[in-house]
Design a protein around this ligand. Structure first.
Ligand code: SAM
Ligand code: SF4
Length: 472
C-alpha cells in the first residue's frame, strides 16, 4: 500500500500547537505520515485562530493557496479546524469550494471518522457541535520520536470570563479542567521520553479545578513538582483577578516552578478595564505584582496589552504607559484592538482609527524595548542557569564548522529569556547537552535575547533557585 501523507499548518497560540499534536497522533492511526513538504500531501489540515482579525486573514490566504494546489490534485483532502472553523462553520465551505472538512474546537475525538468518510465517499463535512458541559478530548500518546526538551500540556479548555473584546468563550466553549491524574500521567510519559520542562496551558489556569471541584492549581503544581526527572514547570495564562495568595507562595515553595509569570493587564486605565469586563482595577493589579515580587524577588513578569479599545482616550492610553513604566515588564505582547464577531465590544461606540491604534502601539513597543534592553543589560556579567534546548538557530542554518571550534547552543533562563551560548567543545559532552542545565556567563544583551559562554554543564534534577551557585 502506498504511504499517505498529511501536512499540518498551525496558526495561533500554544493551545493550538498542543491540539495539532493530538490531531497528528489521530491521523497516524489512519495510516497517514506527517510531511513537511506540502506538495507531497494527500491531506492538508489547517488549525486556525480567530482571536485577532490578522490570524483569520492568514488562514484564508493559506486556504486560497491550497485551492490552486487542488486544481492539479483532485484527490487532495483539505480540512480546516480550530477557532476560526468553529466561528465560521458552514460559511467556510461556501466561501472556499476546495475545503472538504470543517471541524470545530470540540470535535477532535470525531476527526478520524470524518476523514474516513471523506476518503470513501468524497463528501464534504461540517462538524462544529459544542457541548454546554464539554468533555476533555481523550489524550493519545504520541510514540513518534521528537527529541524535544520542552513541551506544552493542556490542563483546561474554554473560558468563562467573557472579556468584552474576546472571542475565546464563544469558539472554545465553557471552561473545563482535565483530571489531575491524566495530567500527571502525560507529564510522566513526557519525562520518560526525555522532556525536562513542561508549560501548563489554560486560558485562566488560576481557576483550574474550581468548577469540577478537583484539586486547586497550586495543589496540582505541587504534585507536578514531585515528578522525578522533570526540571522546570511553567504555566500560562493567569487572569489577575484569580491570582491567589497560595499561587504566589508556590513561586517561593516549589523548586521546579520557574520564576516567571505571564499576567496580562490589557490596560492601565480603570475606566477601560471596566469596559473590558476584566474585573480588577489597576491598583489591585499593582498590589498583586508587588506581592509576587515580595515573595519571589527574581520573578520575571510579562503581560498582554490591547491598545485602541473602543473609547480609549489619550488620557487612558497615557495611564497604560504609566503602568508599564511602573511595573517594568520583562516582556510584553501588545496588540491593536480588532473587532471580533460575537465579542460584545463590537457594539461599543467610539471606535479608534487604525492610524491612531498604530501610533499608540508603536509608542508602547518603543517604551517596552527601552525597559527590556535595560533589564537585559543588567544581566551582563551574571551567571544564569540555562536549560539547553539544542543548537542555536544560527548554528543550525550556518556554515559547517571546522572541528574543535566552539558550537553555539540555545536555551532559556528560568525567567524565560532566550540565551545563545558558546560551549568549549573540549569542556563538555556536548552531544548530551539538550535537556541539561548549564551555568552560562552572560556577556552580551540584545533586545530579544542574551549571549554568553557556558561555565559548566551539569545534569541536575531541580535546584532552579541555585543560580548563585554557578557564579563564574
Ligand atoms: N486567556 C488569556 C488572558 O486572559 O489573558 C489570553 C487569551 S487571548 C488568546 C491572548 C491575547 O489576545 C489577550 O490577552 C489579548 O491581549 C489579545 N486579544 C484578545 N482579543 C483581542 C482583540 N479583539 N483585539 C486585540 N487583541 C485581542
Ligand atoms: Fe479571552 Fe478573557 Fe477568557 Fe482570556 S480570560 S480567554 S481574554 S475571555
Amino acid at each position: 500500500m502506498n504511504t499517505k501523507y498529511f501536512y499540518l499548518n498551525t496558526i495561533g497560540c500554544q493551545m493550538n500547537v498542543y491540539d495539532s499534536e493530538q490531531i497528528a497522533v489521530r491521523l497516524a492511526t489512519l495510516g497517514y505520515e506527517q510531511t513537511a513538504a506540502m506538495d507531497r500531501a494527500d491531506l492538508i489540515i489547517v488549525n486556525t485562530c480567530t482571536v485577532r482579525a490578522k490570524a483569520e486573514q492568514k488562514a484564508f490566504s493559506f486556504i486560497g493557496r491550497l485551492a490552486k494546489m487542488k486544481r492539479n490534485k483532485r484527490r487532495l483532502i483539505i480540512g480546516v479546524g480550530g477557532c476560526m472553523a468553529q466561528q465560521e462553520g458552514q460559511k467556510i465551505l461556501e466561501r472556499m469550494p476546495c475545503v472538504d472538512l470543517v471541524f470545530g474546537t470540540q470535535t477532535i475525538d470525531r476527526l478520524t471518522g470524518m476523514i474516513q468518510q471523506i476518503e470513501t465517499r468524497r463528501c464534504r463535512i461540517v462538524d462544529v457541535h459544542m457541548n454546554d458541559t464539554p468533555e476533555m478530548p481523550e489524550f493519545i500518546k504520541d510514540s513518534r520520536p521528537d527529541n524535544q526538551v520542552s513541551k506544552f500540556v493542556t490542563i483546561m479548555r474554554g473560558c468563562d470570563n467573557y472579556c468584552a473584546y474576546c472571542v475565546v468563550p464563544y469558539v472554545r466553549g465553557a471552561e473545563t479542567s482535565r483530571e489531575p491524574q491524566s495530567i500527571l500521567q502525560e507529564i510522566q510519559m513526557l519525562v520518560d521520553n526525555g522532556v525536562r520542562e513542561v508549560t501548563l496551558l489554560g486560558q485562566n489556569v488560576n481557576s483550574y479545578g474550581r468548577k469540577q471541584n478537583l484539586v486547586t492549581f497550586p495543589e496540582l503544581l505541587a504534585k507536578i513538582n514531585e515528578i522525578k526527572g522533570l526540571l522546570r514547570i511553567r504555566f500560562t495564562t493567569s487572569h489577575p483577578k484569580d491570582l491567589s495568595a497560595h499561587l504566589i507562595t508556590a513561586f517561593r515553595d516549589l523548586n521546579k516552578l520557574c520564576p516567571h509569570i505571564h499576567l496580562p493587564v490589557q490596560s492601565g486605565s480603570n475606566r477601560i478595564l471596566k469596559r473590558m469586563n476584566r474585573k480588577y482595577t489597576k491598583e489591585q493589579y499593582l498590589d498583586k505584582v508587588a506581592k509576587l515580587r515580595d515573595t519571589c524577588s527574581e520573578i520575571a513578569i510579562t503581560s498582554d496589552i490591547i491598545v485602541g479599545f473602543p473609547g480609549e482616550t489619550d488620557a487612558d492610553f497615557k495611564q497604560t504607559l504609566e503602568l508599564v513604566k511602573t511595573v517594568e515588564y520583562d516582556g510584553l505582547f501588545a496588540f491593536q484592538y480588532s473587532d471580533r464577531p460575537h465579542a460584545p465590544s463590537v457594539k461599543l461606540p467610539h471606535k479608534i482609527s487604525e492610524p491612531l491604534k498604530r501610533e499608540r502601539l508603536q509608542s508602547l513597543l518603543d517604551l517596552q524595548e527601552t525597559i527590556t534592553k535595560r533589564k537585559n543589560k543588567a544581566l551582563v556579567g551574571s551567571t544564569q542557569l540555562i536549560l539547553t534546548d539544542g543548537l542555536s538557530k544560527k548554528q543550525v542554518s550556518g556554515e559547517p564548522q571546522s572541528t574543535g571550534q566552539a558550537l553555539q547552543w540555545t536555551g532559556r533562563t528560568a525567567t524565560n529569556k532566550i540565551v545563545n551560548f558558546n560551549v568549549d567543545p573540549s569542556a563538555a559532552d556536548t552531544e548530551s547537552l539538550p535537556g541539561k542545565l548549564v551555568g552560562v556567563r552572560i556577556d552580551k544583551a540584545y533586545s530579544h535575547s542574551l549571549f554568553g559562554k557556558a561555565m559548566n554543564a551539569e545534569p541536575s534534577d531541580g535546584g532552579l533557585k541555585g543560580v548563585e551557585n554557578y557564579a563564574a
